[in-house]
Design a protein around this ligand. Structure first.
Ligand SMILES: C[S@@+](CC[C@H](N)C(=O)[O-])C[C@H]1O[C@@H](n2cnc3c(N)ncnc32)[C@H](O)[C@@H]1O
Length: 440
């Protein structure tokens, strides 16, 4: 995923007509990515190659790195010329980012074998072999050409690059680069069952380096499998990004309030709201399967009970689910393109289409407008998305305020950008928050 843009460009240059076989296409793209990483490792100079080998060990099968070094001869055709230096810098990036590194001949051999092993792929064995060998012969030039295109250079669809460039003329490059760096792992302490200091001490005892962040957050120095962190089954904490942890504090529910969480699944913010105050909470989600995850999470955290009602419903179809009693506080964490969390879900950028932005913004508008009806005069609505596209954030919120003259804009962070700081990945995913109060 982290090199797919480059692989798309290489494929476009090397194969005039891609056979209509998704399995072959996937094999071709993966093979090109691995082959490029193999060439970058083998063609790099001695000190750089030891770096590459170190970087490779996380992802490569043992022996692959030895092969990569031993394969320097095979890669002689791809030895770094001045023209290839920039391309190999990108290749070294791939190594750091965990693209597995195998020997050049191993990649070609295994790719062709994989094609031969499947009846649906076998007819393309020769084509695959030819394409990979053509890549080896023309790598310098092919890479230069691929890196000239926004898709190859930034590993995002071209329309996505254009959109960010327009929205963030200063920061678009940093944003695109950061999307290929993994974000930190952040926990939210369930303050009903523990305290941040207590959990931090337990983590230290378990040898897990971490630090406090905000009121109930703990950032791990290194991501760690959930099962290895003490207290998950006991419901002492949840995994939740620091930007997402701001929702509950912004909505600021207090004891006795009637609260609606309109797009609740999988329930990260639902749980946080329930941890924050003794409220009566209605949680909705249009997806029954995902709503079940809300129930599971609340059970694990000990937050379920008669004060919580879960319902599968379309939040925009208010007449279907609303009993007419207005809410003191409404969380509209609306469905979005998820453009703010691509570092955690690298596939998102390739699954979205440009038209999804306007289509999703229209759905968000429909949901937010409908929910406004359910807010009590004097009550609040928090609009949230994990997107960095202005169509889903600042533009959406501005238009909402114009359509609803009874909406008073309250202070809120607005757009949070996942920009790296001082060499470290951003603590925040990309999020947007707008807070409105209904004029009495
Ligand atoms: C961004 S996610 C919510 C994340 C959640 N608030 C959390 O913190 O864990 C958006 C959710 O909206 C749901 N959804 C999509 N369309 C909806 C609709 N029309 N009404 C209610 N929920 C909807 C999706 O199923 C998805 O679970």
């Amino acid at each position: 995923m982290r090199r797919l843009g480059l692989a798309f460009e290489l494929r476009a240059a090397l194969v005039r007509r891609v056979p209509p076989n998704p399995l072959f296409d996937a094999l071709l793209l993966v093979s090109l990515t691995l082959l490029d990483a193999a060439c970058a490792a083998a063609a790099s100079t001695a000190p750089a190659s030891s770096d590459a080998v170190t970087g490779a060990t996380a992802g490569a099968a043992s022996g692959a790195t030895t092969g990569a070094t031993a394969d320097a001869t095979a890669a002689a055709a791809t030895a770094p010329t001045a023209a290839a230096v920039a391309a190999d810098a990108a290749g070294q990036d791939a190594l750091r980012r965990g693209v597995p590194v195998y020997a050049v001949h191993t990649v070609v051999d295994q790719a062709v074998r994989a094609a031969a092993s499947q009846s649906r792929l076998a007819p393309y064995k020769g084509l695959l072999n030819g394409v990979l060998r053509n890549f080896l012969r023309g790598r310098d030039e092919l890479l230069q050409q691929a890196l000239r295109s926004p898709r190859g250079r930034w590993n995002h669809p071209g329309w996505w690059v254009k959109l960010l460039r327009r929205a963030y003329p200063e920061d678009w490059q940093a944003l695109l680069g950061a999307a290929d760096e993994p974000g930190p792992m952040t926990l939210r302490v369930n303050v009903r069952r523990s305290t941040p200091a207590e959990l931090l001490a337990r983590l230290r005892d378990a040898g897990i380096e971490a630090r406090l962040l905000g009121a109930a957050g703990i950032v791990l120095a290194r991501p760690c499998p959930v099962q290895q962190i003490p207290g998950f089954e006991q419901g002492l904490w949840s995994v939740q990004d620091a930007a997402a942890q701001q929702a509950a504090a912004l909505l600021a529910p207090t004891a006795g309030m009637r609260v609606l969480d309109a797009c609740a699944a999988p329930g990260g913010k639902t749980a946080h709201l329930l941890e924050s105050a003794d409220i009566e909470l209605q949680a909705l989600d249009a997806d029954a399967g995902r709503l079940e995850r809300v129930a599971q999470n609340l059970r694990r955290l000990g937050l379920d009970g008669p004060h919580v009602a879960l319902r599968c419903a379309d939040a925009a179809d208010v007449d279907q689910w609303w009993d007419g009693r207005p809410y003191d506080a409404v969380l509209a964490d609306v469905p979005c393109t998820a453009s703010g969390i691509v570092r955690r879900h690298p596939d998102i950028r390739w699954l979205r289409r440009e038209a999804d932005v306007a289509r999703t913004a229209a759905l968000q508008r429909r949901i937010a407008d409908a929910l406004w009806r359910t807010v009590k005069p004097g009550g609040r609505l928090l609009y949230a998305t994990c997107s960095i596209f202005p169509q889903e954030g600042s533009l959406q919120a501005g238009q909402f305020a114009q359509r609803h003259p009874d909406a008073l804009r309250l202070p809120a962070p607005g757009q949070l950008l996942p920009l790296p700081g001082q060499g470290a990945a951003s603590l925040y995913d990309g999020f947007y928050y707008a807070l409105f109060a209904k004029k009495p």
